[in-house]
Design a protein around this ligand. Structure first.
Ligand SMILES: Cc1ncc(C[n+]2csc(CCOP(=O)(O)OP(=O)(O)O)c2C)c(N)n1
Ligand SMILES: [Mg+2]
Length: 621
């Protein structure tokens, strides 16, 4: 029975947690990221120093460290992640956005914010938010809605019951997300005689649960009865490592596949049954098939509004849904026949019952033809050579074609995700790493670092806009400190191309979306003079220690991609791109409500347009 501080026991426990799936075992935590302050230095900080075999990594921003862990867990198909420690107060609340990002995306991260003294007598301590009506409230209570499990460790022995629960949730495919254990500063340092057994190696089996057999047979009947079935492949396909199974399933049945943001890469882009991206940022191929589908088989998808084109994507009056999902919550969506189970084993069992069922040859051919037409559209956009500033589509094409084909592309927010969803040609299931559950500006570089740490042998291309870069570029420094090379493609359009376009579509003329000086006491939009603010992001990146390759033209950019492959440290390829030229939408819509009354005729016009689209939104019962 070793006498250990609570923090020492915590670290001692974490380093002995393993997971196993399909016979492969690995430690669940790759280490601990953290920024020290008085709320964690003497507790967790001391424990990490004493136990160097649980590697400590320093980050620059507590939000970023959670993004690193999230990017890592995503790349690892949720089988491994990091713990993240912070001080109390602002260090802790900085992690909130990271926690929400992880939870929305169903990715495991363990957060260990320091907390106010359990002993209380010295309160208010530095950075403590006091409450007049309760003494057990701190800013860490804000983590409750963004965590899948939350606890405060007010006595050292509470770890004995809390940590196994934390692990159960983190390793549960259905429940995983951010887990938060708030650690009062004093309790972290208090000793207790923890039982030896608590530190024994523990292996958490990641189950491949099978669905209800009756539901499975019913699903097979629905599929056999359908004429125009469509698979919507979500992130669950990839996390379950079900991509090979999916290929076999669609080749045998002839059912075409549309992919969500998290599911892109489920089927290689050049498979004839791949319709590519589906929904608001979808391809013409996927959106046309979706519009007429009489059966939608959702696999591992949450059906976000981007996937359903704000509930306008599926227009067949009799369309129905079969949802394969580890989470009953998602399986039940859209009045579906739910197959609550692991994607891989469920697809295998479904294939067995379906036997040699196939869609009509004409339907398979129709899908293949739409696939080929879409491929030509991508080709067209890749080949645009816009002047004087290149288009975003051609830059995406360059990264896709000239970057390492084994590489990984990471992105999260701005106009890039929509363009990438349509245009990126995913050659392997882990190539397209989009954080689009929370679409959190600032995720890109930090999440990219996580992806690189998970797969150091792959080139990682972080695609980031100026807005996201300005929000969080700090982890360039961490990538240099730890020797993980990122190739960061920084696309500068002096503002928010995405929200600018949205603003114009809502009749608001780009108000507040550009980096320009105020005029007549207000920030202008599209009517601004062209002088933008004197911001030099290339110089900024160089000042952080990155190798920077400034580019002006497509040719420069293509050269830079080649050069970057030979560079060993984090490299920023900087280029300005046209802010108005955009990739079109393809029979899709996204519901962003427009002001019902306004003094602007363009807003009134946009409202009419919105109302017409809104009428196509559906409920499924
Ligand atoms: C943290 C956060 N704040 C606000 C938003 C809303 N938003 C989405 S895209 C965007 C602008 C992104 O600008 P930039 O990174 O330059 O990309 P661009 O739109 O120019 O391609 C904003 C403000 C967001 N997604 N995340
Ligand atoms: Mg921008």
């Amino acid at each position: 029975m070793p006498r250990l501080t609570m923090a020492q026991a915590l670290v001692g426990f974490l380093k002995n947690q393993y997971v196993e799936r399909d016979g492969t075992e690995n430690s669940f935590f790759a280490g601990c990221f953290g920024i020290f302050g008085h709320g964690n230095l003497a507790g967790i900080g001391q424990a990490l120093q004493q136990m160097p075999d649980f590697r400590y990594y320093q980050s620059r921003n507590e939000q970023a460290q959670v993004h690193i862990a999230t990017g890592y867990a995503k790349m690892k198909n949720r089988l491994q992640t990091f713990a993240c420690t912070s001080s109390i107060g602002p260090g802790a609340t900085n992690m909130l956005t990271g926690a929400a990002t992880a939870t929305v995306n169903r990715l495991p991260v363990l957060l260990l914010p320091g907390d106010i003294f359990a002993r209380r007598n010295v309160a208010p301590v530095l950075q403590q938010l006091e409450s007049e009506h309760a003494q057990d409230i701190s800013v860490n209570d804000c983590f409750k809605p963004v965590s899948r499990y939350w606890d405060r460790i007010s006595r050292p022995e509470q770890l004995l019951t809390s940590l196994p629960e934390a692990m159960r949730v983190l390793t549960s495919p259905a429940e995983t997300g951010a887990v938060t254990l708030a650690l009062p500063q004093d309790v972290q340092t208090e000793a207790y005689a923890y039982p030896d057994a608590f530190f024994a190696k523990r292996v958490w089996r990641i189950p491949r649960n099978r669905p209800d057999q009756g539901a499975l047979r019913e699903a097979a009947r629905w599929i056999r009865a359908s004429k125009r079935p469509l698979i919507v492949a979500g992130g669950g396909v990839i996390y379950s490592a079900a991509t090979d199974t999916l290929v076999r399933f669609v080749e045998r049945s002839g059912i075409p596949v549309g992919e969500t943001m998290a599911g892109k890469g489920s089927l290689a882009y050049d498979h004839p049954l791949s319709l590519g991206a589906i929904g608001a940022t979808g391809t013409l191929a996927a959106n046309q098939i979706a519009r007429d589908a009489d059966l939608v088989i959702g696999i591992g998808t949450r059906y976000s509004d981007f996937t359903t084109a704000s509930m306008t994507g599926f227009q067949d009056p009799k369309v129905r849904f079969v949802n394969i999902n580890v989470a009953g919550f998602d399986a039940a969506k859209h009045a579906a026949l739910g197959l609550v189970g692991d994607a891989r084993v469920t697809l295998d069992e479904l294939a067995e019952i379906l036997g040699d069922f196939q869609v009509e040859p004409s339907y398979r051919q129709h899908a293949a033809q739409l696939h080929a037409e879409w491929d030509r559209e991508v080709e067209r956009i890749y080949a645009v050579r816009l002047a004087p500033l290149p288009s975003q589509g051609e830059l995406i094409g360059a990264v896709n074609e000239l970057g390492d084909p084994r590489g990984v592309m990471v992105c999260a927010a701005g106009s890039l995700p929509g363009d990438l969803h349509k245009l990126w040609r995913a050659r392997h299931p882990k190539q397209y790493q989009l954080e689009y559950g929370f679409s959190c500006m600032g995720f890109e570089i930090a999440g990219g670092l996580g992806a690189k740490m998970a797969e150091p042998d792959r080139e990682v291309y972080v695609l980031v806009g100026d807005g996201s870069y300005l929000m969080m570029s700090s982890e360039v420094v961490t990538s240099l400190q730890e020797g993980y090379k990122l190739t960061i493609v920084l696309i500068d359009n002096a503002g928010f191309k995405s929200i600018g376009a949205l603003s114009r579509s809502l009749g608001q003329a780009g108000f507040g979306t550009r980096y320009v000086y105020p005029k007549d006491g207000a920030l202008p939009g599209d009517d601004a003079e062209s002088t933008t603010l004197p911001v030099d992001l290339a110089a900024n990146a160089a000042s952080l220690g990155a190798r920077v390759i400034p580019c002006h033209t497509y040719a420069d950019f293509a050269d830079a991609l080649q050069t970057a492959r030979g560079v060993e440290c984090t490299t920023v390829i900087y280029i300005k791109s046209d802010r108005l030229d955009g990739v079109p939408g393809y029979d899709s819509w996204w519901d962003v409500p427009v002001a019902e009354v306004s003094e602007s005729p363009t807003v009134t016009e946009a409202r009419r347009d919105w109302a017409a689209h809104r009428a196509r939104e559906r409920y499924f019962f």
